[in-house]
Design a protein around this ligand. Structure first.
Ligand code: NAG
Length: 357
């Protein structure tokens, strides 16, 4: 059995973590942090507004560690480098570098600040509006399940969320029907309790943004198949939402929602779906479901996206480079490619004397 979660953990760190030290806010301002399940105040954290944007990025990262439980992931990455570290160790590796995960807007600010200060190296992993392409020849039930979890994981609050599901015409209606069945069977509630599938959204601002995008979907003529409204009397819950008949020009098809809202579109040919799936400012990840190796390879080589999953979704491993094309960022984390981001190469050239002794 799983250990019982601690319902009211003591909050120890509320200051800004910069340069390995905890700092108070220069402005004296604090940010209230609420428990999204109960909407009750948890604590106040120091605001990091008057330090440079690069320091803010680091501060944000350490705040995320506390709020969103990142450390296990971060710690798990280290042993994975055991094998590759040996060959890179002879290069210079104490590079001062910022690795940032967040929105494209903040990523732009960080890149700009790095360019204007000291060319500090930056890798950015930013937004996504990831296509998940389902061909009629796939294993239907499995594809429905993967598309569902590929979107609803972590309440849809995931840069990798497969939020544009393109389904080939012959299986479109059945795919929508089964996706709705999955979405409506989800149990909403306190994520600390066993048996709960979906917790609340992270804060009021995100909750409002998601609800606003859902309203835009209804207004612009997509078919609301299920959900589309807050879930319950208390807490920032949003019912698992599925839209069908989504058109590419609609806001829900173009903007990153970061919530439990699945868009399902219909397509008729491989060239059409490649063009539509790639027509986005983002290029983080993409999924392809098919039993035809030619379709899988054609789609994977055509799409401009950093990670392409064939007959799977959200399949991450520490050996695989992770990062995006276009406005989804630059540089890669994980895998051997990530070590290069921390490596400075030095070429030593020696002239061999031509004098004969
Ligand atoms: C994908 O989109 C980019 C621009 O976002 C474009 O340069 C490229 O040609 C597109 N590729 C395909 C196959 O549509």
């Amino acid at each position: 059995a799983l250990p019982t979660p601690i319902a009211n953990p003591q909050i120890v760190y509320t200051k800004v973590f910069i340069g390995n030290e905890w700092h108070e806010s220069c402005s004296g301002r604090k940010i209230p942090v609420y428990n999204p399940t109960t909407e009750k105040l948890l604590c106040e954290v120091e605001e990091a507004d008057s330090v440079s944007i690069l320091h803010v990025a680091m501060a944000l990262f350490s705040t995320l560690c506390v709020q969103a439980g990142f450390p296990p992931g971060v710690v798990n990455v280290l042993p994975g480098y055991g094998q590759t570290a040996g060959c890179a160790i002879s290069h210079h590796m104490d590079i001062d570098k910022v690795a940032f995960t967040g929105s494209t807007a903040v990523g732009k600010l960080i890149q700009k600040a790095a360019g204007e200060s000291n060319l500090k190296r930056v890798t950015l992993e930013l937004g996504g509006k990831n296509p998940n392409i389902v061909f009629a020849d796939c294993d239907l039930e499995y594809a429905v399940e993967q598309a569902h979890s590929g979107l609803f994981f972590n309440q849809g609050q995931c840069c990798l969320a497969g939020s544009r599901v393109f389904v080939e015409e012959p299986i479109y209606e059945e795919f929508v029907r089964r996706s709705v069945e999955k979405a409506t069977s989800k149990v909403l509630g306190n994520p600390l309790l066993p048996g709960v599938d979906q917790g609340p959204q992270i804060d009021q601002k995100q909750f409002n943004k998601i609800m606003e995008l859902i309203e835009s979907g209804k207004r612009e003529g997509a078919t609301l198949e299920c959900g589309g409204s807050p879930g319950g009397q208390q807490g920032l819950f949003i019912k698992p939402t599925v839209f069908s008949n989504v058109r590419d020009h609609m806001r829900i098809a173009k903007e990153e929602i970061f919530g439990p809202v699945q868009q399902i579109m219909c397509f008729h040919s491989i060239s059409e779906v490649i063009q539509r799936a790639n027509a986005t400012q983002y290029g983080l990840a993409a999924g392809v479901f098919t039993n035809d190796i030619n379709k899988a390879l054609t789609v994977s080589s055509a799409l401009q996206a950093g990670m392409i999953w064939v007959n799977c979704y959200n399949a991450m491993s520490i050996q695989c480079p992770f990062g995006g094309f276009k406005m989804s960022g630059n540089g890669r984390e994980l895998g051997e490619y990530a070590l290069q981001e921390y490596t400075e190469i030095k070429a030593v050239t020696i002239r061999i004397s031509q004098k004969s002794s």
